[in-house]
Design a binder for this molecule. Structure first.
Ligand code: 1Q0
Length: 216
């Protein structure tokens, strides 16, 4: 169907974005990174209203990054590594908690997306090895508890738990992804998960090397 063609195009774009995220010299390209995220948001929006607050939160983070990328120091935000250097050199990394009215640093904002990417990768992986008997909400919750939940407050964890209950059943989810055969589902999901893990691991190493894994 028409709608399916659109969605197929989008998952191809998720894959393409994360694959093109790493330059030949091992830099994480931020524009590509963010475009991968924008495709995920489209998926989320097609899952329904309950996911609105998650989608909203993700969009807020992406918008902060976009402002930096389009700003007067935009060129410094070409890659993760150049952003870190720029913000470190100019004392812009907020190593301490900021007052609410100040715009958080790029390093701190991207770290939030980075943590969420681990959840996404884990969820895609779990889906790729799941069977028709599995409950997607449960898989999603498990992936969340193993990853992103460690960084979230009690309140956010309760809200996330509610969203998981509204997760469409596996068959419907695969339809949204436009995969109809089991083998195809495994392939698409695991390929996407693999392209994400490469980006995640490299990002993790760069943050770790700068002692930036716990920015408040
Ligand atoms: C589609 C299923 C959604 C499952 C969601 C996972 C749990 C999300 C819980 C998010 C709650 C957001 C509320 C606010 C959180 C912030 O406190 C937190 C930290 O930021 P800050 O500024 O307070 O320090 N923010 C974040 O952690 C940002 C990231 C939020 C979650 C991003 C989830 C991204 C999901 C994307 C796409 C789903 C598409 C799935 C398609 C899969 C198809 C097989």
């Amino acid at each position: 169907t028409r709608q399916c063609e659109g969605m197929e195009f989008q998952i191809t774009r998720v894959l393409a974005a994360f694959r093109s995220c790493i330059s030949e010299d091992g830099q994480i390209l931020l524009k590509e990174y963010l475009s991968g995220w924008k495709e995920f948001i489209k998926f989320m929006d097609s899952l329904g209203m309950v996911f609105g607050f998650i989608s909203q939160e993700t969009t807020t983070k992406i918008n902060i990054m976009n402002v930096y990328l389009a700003g007067s120091s935009g060129a410094e935000y070409h890659t993760l590594q150049s952003m870190i250097k720029h913000e470190l050199d100019h004392g812009l990394v907020n190593f301490k908690e900021l007052p609410r009215d100040q715009v958080p640093s790029g390093c701190r904002t991207l770290l939030r997306l980075h943590r969420a990417l681990k959840w996404l990768e884990m969820f895609l992986y779990k889906l790729s090895i799941s069977t028709s008997q599995d409950n997607t909400g449960k898989l999603c919750a498990l992936a969340y508890e193993e990853t992103l939940a460690h960084h979230h407050s009690w309140f956010v964890r309760q809200a996330a738990a509610l969203a998981f209950l509204a997760m469409p059943p596996r068959r419907e989810l695969l339809q949204i992804l436009c995969v109809h055969k089991e083998e195809e589902a495994q392939f698409v999901l695991s390929t996407t998960a693999k392209s994400i893990i490469r980006v995640y691991d490299l990002t993790q190493r760069v943050y770790e090397a700068h002692g930036m894994l716990e920015l408040p």
